[in-house]
Every structure is written in structure tokens, then in C-alpha cells.
Design a protein around this ligand. Structure first.
Ligand code: ZN
Ligand code: ZN
Length: 275
């Protein structure tokens, strides 16, 4: 007989994806088995909320600009996304979801007005989205339908949209494809002092040379995209007014100014190099 165990929503240590509750960890992590990620050489490892609480897992919080707070697990958990809390008169949206929800971070968000909607650029940053929703009165989790198959912890709060959607008044998500079929960006017109900001996850990757960005099917495994996919991403964001990009994973993934030109220049360079 196995001892009775609590059901746990297991979290993959490598990618940070949370799974539907079960008594034992999943046999494998489809997100890590996919060619865009990888199973670490030491093998797949799992953790749970109970274990993380006991291990002193916490958060680093940064005020990034008026109306925007970043939350990132410290020490790093999974791929290590910054959760972007975008504050609007209609309530706050969390874009890209860290993998730990506990009393401490819930109190921090409550102090900033809570949460009324949740979304993410793509499945690598779905994290603990169901726990985030549960902690804030079942806030809707709004995702592109194209990535429905990658939702590893189905939840009643998940709702799907198609090519674009206004997630909150003034905050529009646009599906660009590329890295994932549903890879998307969030447009925040009030960001960057009113010049507009774009949250891009891995859909548009911030690189060390800020005059450029990049677009890949896989970043860790360096799998390129076809030129037409890159042209499609650039075309999807072209109508949007923005000067700044907040990407992921990590605090440093920011193009502070001139981001729109960086995207157009990079798509041109990509096409040129593939000719
Ligand atoms: Zn994984
Ligand atoms: Zn990714």
C-alpha cells in the first residue's frame, strides 16, 4: 500500500508549468518534451506549493514605471518570467504568470488593487495561472485558442479568444504566431509615458543589441522560424503605437525606447539573411 498523500498541483521545475492536481507527479512534462524546450540532463524534477513554501521560495517585486509592477520568483523558478501587473482604471491584468502563488504575493497584489484578468504570451509562461485566478475570485484567464492544446491545468476560468481581444478596456492582445501558433503580444497604450508599450513574452525576443530584436521557434535549442512567420509577426504589431517593449524571461528584457523601429529593422534583417 502506498501512503495516502494530498493531491498536489505539481510544478515542473524546469519550465515552471503547473499540472492538474494528482497524488503523484505526472509521468512527463509535455512542455519540456516539446522541441522548443528540453528535459534537463539530470531528468525531469517536480515540486509543489507545499514544498516551495517550506523551501523559502519568494518574490522580487519592482515598480517598473507608473502603472506597471513586475513580479519575479526569487530564487528563479522554471524559465523565470517576470509577471507584469498592468494597472488600469478598470482593474489590473497579470501578463505572463510566475509559478508560485502564496499569501505574501497575494497581499502585495491586493495592496496594488488586486487582479481582474489574467493572460500570457504563450504556454511557457502559463505557470500557476489557475492558482492566480483562484486567489482573485476566479478572475478570467484569457488565452488564444490556437494554444488550447498546451493548457496543462484546465480550469473553469479559462476563456479563449481568436486573433485579437480587448482583455480589459484599452488593453488589447494580438496573436502573432511564430514561437507558438498562439504566441501573442499585449498592447498598453498608456505605457512608456503615453508613447505605448508592448509586452512580447518570447513572441518578440529582446536581445543584447537593443537596435534589434529576434524571433525564433526555440530559443534554448536555436530553432529558426521561416521568413514568412517573421514577416507575419512584424505585420501583426505594425498597426500598434509603441515605443517600448517588455519581454521575457527576466528583468533585463526591455527595449526602453525605439522598440517599434527595432522590430521593423529586425524583420528586414531576418528576411535579408534568409535570401
Ligand atoms: Zn516542464
Ligand atoms: Zn517560450
Amino acid at each position: 500500500m502506498y501512503p495516502l498523500r494530498h493531491l498536489a498541483a505539481w510544478v515542473c521545475r524546469a519550465c515552471g508549468t503547473q499540472y492538474a492536481p494528482s497524488s503523484a507527479p505526472p509521468a512527463a512534462c509535455p512542455i519540456c518534451l516539446d522541441e522548443r524546450e528540453y528535459v534537463p540532463p539530470v531528468g525531469q524534477a517536480w515540486t509543489s506549493l507545499d514544498e516551495l513554501r517550506g523551501a523559502g521560495q519568494g518574490y522580487e517585486i519592482r515598480e517598473l514605471e507608473p502603472g506597471l509592477t513586475g513580479l519575479r520568483c526569487l530564487p528563479q523558478l522554471g524559465i523565470g518570467p517576470v509577471g507584469y501587473l498592468v494597472q488600469t482604471p478598470a482593474g489590473n491584468l497579470l501578463w505572463d504568470c510566475p509559478s508560485l502563488v502564496d499569501d505574501g504575493i497575494i497581499a502585495e497584489l491586493r495592496a496594488r488593487g488586486g487582479l481582474v484578468a489574467i493572460s500570457a504570451s504563450h504556454p511557457h509562461f502559463y505557470g500557476a495561472m489557475a492558482d492566480w485566478s483562484a486567489a482573485f475570485s476566479g478572475a478570467p484567464i484569457l488565452l488564444p485558442e490556437a494554444d488550447q492544446a498546451w493548457v496543462m491545468r484546465p480550469d473553469a476560468a479559462v476563456r479563449f479568444w481568436q486573433d485579437s481581444a480587448e482583455l480589459l478596456p484599452g488593453l488589447v492582445a494580438v496573436r502573432c504566431g511564430g514561437h507558438f501558433d498562439g504566441s501573442s503580444v499585449l498592447h498598453w497604450p498608456a505605457g512608456a509615458g503615453g508613447r505605448g508599450a508592448l509586452f512580447t513574452g518570447d513572441t518578440i525576443m529582446v536581445v543584447p543589441d537593443r537596435r534589434f530584436v529576434s524571433f525564433m521557434r526555440s530559443y534554448p535549442n536555436l530553432i529558426p522560424l521561416p521568413a514568412e512567420a517573421v514577416v507575419g509577426i512584424a505585420a501583426a504589431v505594425e498597426p500598434l503605437r509603441f515605443d517600448r517593449i517588455y519581454g521575457n524571461p527576466g528583468w533585463e528584457k526591455v527595449v526602453a525606447a525605439g522598440a517599434k523601429e527595432s522590430v521593423a529593422r529586425s524583420a528586414d534583417r531576418y528576411r535579408e539573411r534568409l535570401r
